[in-house]
Design a protein around this ligand. Structure first.
Ligand SMILES: [Zn+2]
Length: 850
């Protein structure tokens, strides 16, 4: 059975909407299988329209009836929506439809999660609620009435009136339908308030279902207040309603959603307590709450003209939440974390069949473009722009953006124009960052003579699907020069590279310097620089730029791992001594030391080998990684117990950066120590831990050495009632299973009574765990591929969005040997040949198969 060819939508085909909407009145009469949605929408012809066709999106709706200006009409209905020969003058359209939230497992539109009604409308979920021009450039004022036998009935904006079994809401800010939200259920709030700097008192609530999660709301509330204060201070942006609601939902496809005044969160992205959440969870929650809150200005007040412009709101908002986390915690650590994420996810995307530009020029399902490229690379592009124009002009440009485009559905061209207007720069070449896919390679050669140091730089972007030839980009390259004592002879200087090849000179030096290139990861590129290991070790010991100091250690480790794979090399003492020096340096932030101690992932090594022209073997890579960890543990064995003891945190748990850094280093040391003591120290830490960071760190250390069976059982007995903690339990076992048992472990967990295919968090725990177990997923038996394919075929009819996202586990398949490629192709073709495959998954599998 062949599925229909995916239908592609092009950016170049954009046309303005035929009709605009002045106001929307919605009435919801809630019922689990029979919710009635009654709409009254004031339309008027758009003077800028090129077409007069009146078309409203609508999907999976049971049509009851419709009227125009009070007179019943009989529109043309199709699977995509409703057409009618509407007046060429303002009119009121009314419709009544019926939908079934309890059978909506796609988690798009209005659906039910544990007895709670909730919505997810981005990108195109509103069309599953009622007939509407479901496109972001149609913005309107919404008034909503909810009728239902539930104690809490919420929608966007401010409450207008309420009584027994009903509530009315009004949102004064015009918004696109994707920002619509409704929540109804038996919910309890943690309430607080925030007074904006102009004196508006805003009521804040975090809502959960009663019975367990109440104690996990306080941290999220503090993070929300910090975010509100930060956006006033740093961007001059105030909140604009009297109320801000957050609701935690168990079944959710994404992290969270910025619906105006009513953010809906995956419970995992908002709920935390010291006993149940790790330090990393706390930091992630703080960042996601900030991210969704910041969208109120970058996304909601200024939205996207069409979905091709998704990076306009996401790139900017990710950049803002990264700045926020840096301000709250450590800029150096945050930059390293962000670079690791970018390299692991976005570079991987760029190097495979799913590569696409930050602003794609075509898509089939926009859901498939909520990617690392749009989000994380989108944020990098803004960071480069800020570096090129400077902080002062960046601030001016942002002020102009908010002034000029408030209330608009804007484009990337609008965004770049404010920078051109403020700085007088021509950004046409810079704009290639939005249209050209792929990760640039920056090749560095250097020369020195008579006091002059020269950097010869060459940039090259490899071809990506649909883009064979690439043009030079504008690269801001931050460089510093160090003398032989490690002192800076040239402080950080930003070179602006615009050509394919360019040379930069530094004169007046008294000796050949060591260059520290791409400081603070100033551009999202891969640097190819044939430095000696002695030079790298020198930078690891002396670089004044923390990012490059970390990266020098990382490159040393990657180089060593590759030599171990290709040449059977043994770990050299130079590398091990460099690592030991950083670990023992008590003047360094423990969080930073923990990052230096962390080796590149097996996935990183596979990609590095592939880049160097080899065919990576995941089993060999796994062996080599384990061998190197053992060597490091043995080399550091006298130091480990002392560092571990030094990282003890006194007093009650707080998730702040400083104690979190100590716990991160303590856990990193514990993992090494376990390779020497058979898990003795880890078992002790597990038994005495009073917080999830240490409990989970100990469990991980044990599972890594194929121990911890009793601890796993104890963990399940302790946390069986807590969904979010049990997600960790599911994920950990699969991700750390020995390679030949990974698929069997995942399969065994799918028959566990607490496995639920309909819950995306649980599905991701098991199969995301399989994906990150590189050696296990790519085990030569093919069992990992087959199991994932089986379960994606099962999930697709229930939840296309999560299926399409999980299928990206296969996106590196072209780098492996012919036998693995053959097995993956069989798995992908089996998915592609499933009858009735969703559009989301069909597009992804088609792109993967190329
Ligand atoms: Zn976002």
């Amino acid at each position: 059975m062949k599925n229909p060819a995916p239908q592609t939508i092009y950016l170049s085909d954009y046309t303005p909407p035929a009709y605009l909407v002045d106001s929307v009145h919605l009435t919801f009469k809630l019922g689990a299988t029979d919710t009635r949605v009654i709409s009254r929408i004031a339309f008027r012809p758009n003077p800028d329209a090129t077409s007069k066709e009146f078309f409203l999106h609508g999907q999976d709706l049971r049509f009851i009836g419709a009227r125009i200006d009070g007179a019943p009409i009989t529109p043309d209905l199709s699977a995509e929506g409703l057409r009618y020969n509407a007046p060429d003058a303002p009119f009121v359209f009314e419709a009544e439809v019926e939908i079934s939230p309890s059978t909506n497992t796609s988690l798009e539109g209005l659906y039910m999660s544990n007895g709670m009604y909730c919505t997810q409308c981005e990108a195109e979920g509103f069309r599953k609620i009622t007939y509407y021009p479901d496109r972001p450039d149609v913005m309107a004022v919404f008034t909503v009435r909810i009728e239902g036998d539930l104690p809490v009935l919420l929608s966007n904006g401010n409450p207008v009136a309420q009584g027994e079994g009903w509530a009315e809401w009004h949102d004064p800010w015009p918004k696109p339908a994707y920002l619509f939200a409704l929540v109804a259920g038996d919910l309890v709030a943690l309430s607080d308030s925030f007074t904006t700097r102009s004196g508006r008192k805003v009521d804040l609530n975090i809502w959960v279902r009663p019975g367990g999660d109440e104690a996990k709301r306080a941290f999220g509330m503090e993070a929300l207040k910090k975010s509100m204060a930060w956006d006033e201070e740093v961007y001059g942006r105030e909140y604009d309603l009297d109320l801000f609601n957050i609701v935690a939902v168990d079944d959710f496809n994404m992290g969270a959603m910025e619906n105006k005044g009513l953010n809906i969160f995956n419970a995992s992205a908002v709920l935390a307590s010291p006993e149940t959440a790790t330090d990393a969870d706390f930091e992630r929650i703080e960042a996601i709450i900030a991210h969704e809150y910041f969208h109120n200005w970058t996304g909601n007040r200024i939205t996207c003209r069409d979905w091709f412009q998704l990076c306009l709101k996401e790139g900017l908002t990710v950049f803002r939440d990264q700045q926020f986390t840096g301000d709250m915690r450590s800029h150096a650590v945050k930059r390293i974390d962000d670079a690791m994420v970018l390299r692991a996810h976005q570079f991987r995307e760029d190097n495979g069949p799913l590569a696409h530009p930050v602003r794609p020029d075509s898509f089939v399902e926009i859901n498939n473009f909520y990617t690392a490229t749009v989000y994380e690379k989108g944020a990098e592009v803004i960071g480069m722009l800020k570096l090129l124009v400077g902080d002062a002009d960046y601030a001016k440009a942002l002020d102009l953006y908010f002034d000029r485009h408030d209330g608009d559905a804007a484009t990337i061209e609008d965004w770049l124009r404010v920078f051109e207007d403020v700085t007088g720069r021509d950004l046409r070449q810079f704009a290639r960052w939005y249209s050209q896919a792929g990760t640039p390679r920056l090749t560095v050669n250097e020369s020195y003579a008579d006091g002059t140091y020269q950097l010869h730089l060459r940039q090259e972007t490899p071809p990506t699907p649909g883009q064979d030839t690439k043009k030079p980009l504008v690269l801001p390259i931050a460089v510093g020069l160090l003398n032989e004592n490690g002192a800076e002879v040239v402080p950080t200087t930003v070179l602006e590279m615009t050509q394919a090849e360019q040379t930069f000179s530094f004169a007046g030096l008294s000796g050949k310097p060591t260059a520290s290139i791409l400081r603070n990861f100033s551009a999202p590129v891969i640097v190819k620089h044939d430095k000696t290991n002695a030079e790298r070790a020198f930078l690891l010991a002396h670089d004044t730029d923390p990012f490059n100091r970390w990266d020098a250690g990382r490159t040393l480790a990657q180089d060593l791992l590759m030599r171990m794979v290709c040449d059977n090399a043994t770990p050299d003492t130079g590398f091990l001594n460099g690592l030991a020096a950083v670990l023992r340096d008590d003047t360094l932030d423990p969080a930073f030391r923990a990052l230096v101690l962390r080796l590149p992932s097996e996935e990183d090594t596979a990609q590095a080998l592939f880049d160097a022209g080899h065919t990576p073997d995941p089993a060999v890579i796994n062996d080599v990684h384990e061998t190197l960890k053992l060597h490091i543990a043995q080399h550091l064995q006298d130091t480990l117990p002392r560092i571990y003891a030094d990282m003890t945190v006194e007093g009650p748990y707080t998730p702040d950066a400083e104690p979190a850094g100590k716990r991160a280093l303590g856990n990193a040391v514990l993992a090494l120590q376990s390779k020497l003591d058979g898990g003795k120290a880890a078992a002790q830490q597990f038994a005495s831990a009073d917080n999830m960071t240490q409990q989970l760190g100990a469990l991980r250390a044990l599972l890594q050495i194929a121990k911890g069976e009793n601890e796993l059982a104890a963990f399940a007995a302790q946390w069986g009632h807590d969904r979010l903690v049990m997600d960790k339990w599911f994920a950990l076992q699969v991700s750390l299973a020995p390679a030949d048992q990974a698929a069997a472990t995942a399969e065994r967990l799918t028959v566990h009574p607490d496995f639920d295919i309909k819950n995306p968090n649980r599905f991701r725990a098991v199969f995301g765990g399989l994906r990150v177990n590189t050696a296990g997923f790519h085990h030569r038996s093919g069992a990992g591929y087959n199991l994932l394919a089986d379960w994606l075929i099962r999930l697709d009819p229930l939840n296309p969005q999560t299926t399409a996202r999980m299928i990206t586990a296969f996106d590196t398949w072209k780098r492996y040997d012919m036998e693995r490629q053959r097995k993956i192709r069989v798995a992908l073709e089996r998915i592609a040949g499933t009858s009735g495959l969703s559009g989301d998954t069909n597009e992804m599998v088609t792109r993967l198969l190329g």
